[in-house]
Design a binder for this molecule. Structure first.
Ligand SMILES: Cc1cc2nc3c(=O)[nH]c(=O)nc-3n(C[C@H](O)[C@H](O)[C@H](O)COP(=O)(O)O)c2cc1C
Length: 289
């Protein structure tokens, strides 16, 4: 990268437990490159131990723009992602930040506002945010998963347009710096409920449990490798710890069907919640800022 290119480069850090945020991230990356912003992309799941995270943190100050891409879990970012953002270094002079969040067509929650607040306190200049409609990953066992096919071409077009806009904003020295309030797009009452959801430990206590049938487990280790929370160890069979984020990627990936969860009730619950939240939010991909 030449010195001029470095001055307008971007770093994308994403988390994707079922692959949809990765798809959205790839579209954003392609758009930034097309619009003259050399972009590096890192998957947070590959930076599992403390040493790795520190390595990623040392890279952050050298990019003029950092983009954070995360799925919505119970209206917030998964704790793993929020904790990571809380620990990044403060911004260097006029370093910019943008946010892409994905949501499964129920409710996009307060993830944009949560992350914007942390980044603002760390002195990043907030230049954009987009929420992207995706298939709801809790319904992956259904014949027709909720919002199957999303992000589709319309969603990807909106992401590309967002990429174009933040490229322009990045290069504009007199660009507008948004306050976290601009990322708050919900009525007061819903924000109040969200605060309480957060206090209830993100509702994980209400989620269907995950069981490993010891005799079926082949010890292949795929679930260990894929667990974003580093919560599974391999003894004779896969053993789950206490830090489960209930993404169910271990259930989805298990080739022998040893890791199981009864997710049938999730689909009607998701549809019911989506109907309620449809009164407050259009369930489409939208630029927040
Ligand atoms: C535990 C859990 C909680 C979720 N909470 C929400 C939510 O509050 N609102 C929503 O619209 N989608 C929710 N989703 C759906 C995900 O946000 C959506 O499927 C997202 O695209 C997953 O991203 P990924 O494929 O990159 O992992 C939830 C999914 C899981 C597994």
């Amino acid at each position: 990268m030449t010195e001029t290119e470095k001055k307008r480069s971007a770093l994308i850090i994403y988390l994707s437990l079922h692959g949809t945020t990765r798809k959205a991230t790839e579209a954003l990356c392609a758009s930034l490159m097309e619009n003259g912003v050399p972009t590096d992309v890192y998957n947070l799941s590959e930076f599992k131990d403390k040493g790795d995270m520190e390595k990623l943190n040392t890279m952050i100050p050298s990019y003029p723009l950092i983009i954070f891409c995360s799925p919505t879990y119970f209206h917030h970012a998964p704790p793993l992602f929020t904790d990571f953002v809380k620990n990044i270094p403060d911004a260097t002079c006029d370093q910019a930040a943008a946010i892409l969040s994905t949501f499964g067509g129920v409710y996009s929650g307060v993830i944009q506002f949560d992350l914007a607040k942390i980044l603002y306190e760390k002195k990043y200049s907030l230049i954009g945010g987009i929420k992207v409609l995706t298939v709801h990953c809790l319904t992956f066992q259904e014949k027709k998963p909720f919002y199957e096919g999303h992000p589709d071409e319309t969603d990807l077009t909106a992401i590309r347009e967002f990429g174009k806009q933040i490229s322009i904003r990045l290069m504009n020295k007199n660009r507008q710096r948004y306050s976290p309030i601009a990322f708050k797009d919900k009525p007061f009452l819903l924000n109040f409920i969200d605060d309480h959801i957060h206090k209830m430990k993100n509702l994980t206590w209400a989620m269907p449990g995950i069981k490993v049938k010891g005799e079926k487990c082949t010890g292949c280790g795929l679930c260990v490798k894929n667990c974003p929370a580093n919560n599974i160890t391999l003894e004779q069979t896969a053993v789950h710890g206490k830090d489960c984020t209930f993404c169910y990627s271990c259930v989805k990936i298990c080739p022998s069907g040893a890791t199981k969860s009864f997710l049938k009730p999730a689909a009607p619950a998701v549809k019911w919640l989506a109907k309620i939240f449809a009164r407050y939010e259009e369930q489409t991909t939208q630029q927040v800022v």
